[in-house]
Design a binder for this molecule. Structure first.
Ligand code: DAH
Length: 330
């Protein structure tokens, strides 16, 4: 009996304990077999035998049930330990935001012009006809207005189609010398592989009294700027037309992908167009009441720069918010 009790007490888990229970009380169990002896026993012995056996049965049952409780408690404790959460522990991977590639490019451009002593100016996104067109030598019904598909809010106001109106606002608000850039969003009714209804430009304007500023200054500044942005590239000034500059040029760099030998990105020309610029048209100075001054201006699309610098093929992908693209810029 003692041996069985100590076996019960030393069982290590519920399964082991249950095996012992079956070996005692199962169909062929020790105690069950003892009870079956009763029927063949003479009556006078039966009572004592049964009493004895019942006592053993109770003793064993209670030993089993005590051990069972003990083992169940241990089980529960182990389970709680395994499933517990330490709320003071914080090691989950946190996703950290990053600057958008357009903003990274914008910052890089701004940094350059700050280093060249340019100031940063701002203007409203909702412009009036005068600043967006008229003062920039684009009178009503001028065919060049067709170059820019405009969102009008009413007869007089519109979402600015370029950052050039900030040239006018800056000149209205101050006197030469002016040496400014204006980064910001612009809006046009356009949507395809290379156009989105909202994009970003950086405008530049330099004005000095007298005839100090010439095309040579423009060329020097832009050549150095483009080498800073794109490395060792050739820079080409191509005659063009903008109503607010005369002469006007579009500026190309030798293709950064094929080094000028011709590829798909440069349409096999070896050149990539990157900005517009020119010597400020006297009509523009007249509109703001400036006399006896000279200057140059330029404007560029930030997305175009970002796409070239990071080999992005579809402009629209910059505005889809796809984390797989954006996370590459962390
Ligand atoms: N505003 C022009 C555009 O959106 C870009 C531009 C060209 C700006 C020549 C200038 C400039 O300041 O001189 O297409």
């Amino acid at each position: 009996m003692n041996e069985i009790i100590s076996k019960i007490n030393s069982s290590k888990n519920l399964e082991e304990l249950d095996k012992i229970r079956v070996s005692l009380f199962g169909k062929k169990g020790l105690i069950t077999q003892e009870f079956s002896k009763l029927k063949d026993m003479p009556n006078d012995e039966k009572k004592e035998f049964a009493n004895n056996l019942n006592r053993k049965k109770d003793e064993l049952n209670s030993a089993i049930s005590i051990k069972k409780n003990e083992l169940e408690l241990i089980d529960l404790q182990n389970k709680m330990k395994a499933e517990s959460i330490d709320v003071t522990l914080f090691n989950e991977e946190r996703s950290i935001g990053a600057l958008h590639p357009v903003m990274i490019t914008m910052d890089k451009i701004i940094e350059y012009f700050l280093s060249q002593n340019f100031s940063i100016e701002n203007g409203p996104l909702i412009e009036d006809d005068f600043h967006n067109f008229e003062a920039l030598n684009l009178p009503k019904y001028h065919p060049a207005r067709d170059m820019q598909d405009t969102f009008y809010t009413d007869d007089k106001r519109l979402l600015r189609t370029h950052t050039s109106p900030v040239q006018i606002r800056t000149m209205e608000a101050s006197k030469p010398p002016i040496r400014m850039i204006c980064p910001g969003a612009v809006f046009r009714r356009d949507f395809d592989l290379t156009h989105t209804p909202m994009f970003h430009q950086i405008e530049g304007l330099v004005v000095e009294e007298g005839d100090k500023v010439s095309f040579a200054n423009l060329k020097y500044t832009l050549e150095n700027f483009l080498k800073y942005m794109f490395g060792d590239v050739k820079v080409r000034f191509r005659p063009s037309f903008f109503p607010f500059t005369e002469p006007s040029t579009e500026v190309d760099i030798s293709c950064i992908f094929c080094k000028g030998s011709g590829c798909r990105v440069c349409s096999h020309t070896g050149w990539l167009e990157v900005l517009g610029s020119g010597v400020v048209d006297p009509n523009v100075f007249r509109q703001v009441g400036y006399k006896n001054v000279s200057g140059y201006a330029f404007g560029l699309g930030v997305e175009r720069f970002a796409m070239l610098l990071h080999c992005i093929g579809d402009l629209r992908s910059l505005f889809e918010g796809d984390l797989r693209l954006l996370e590459q810029f962390k």
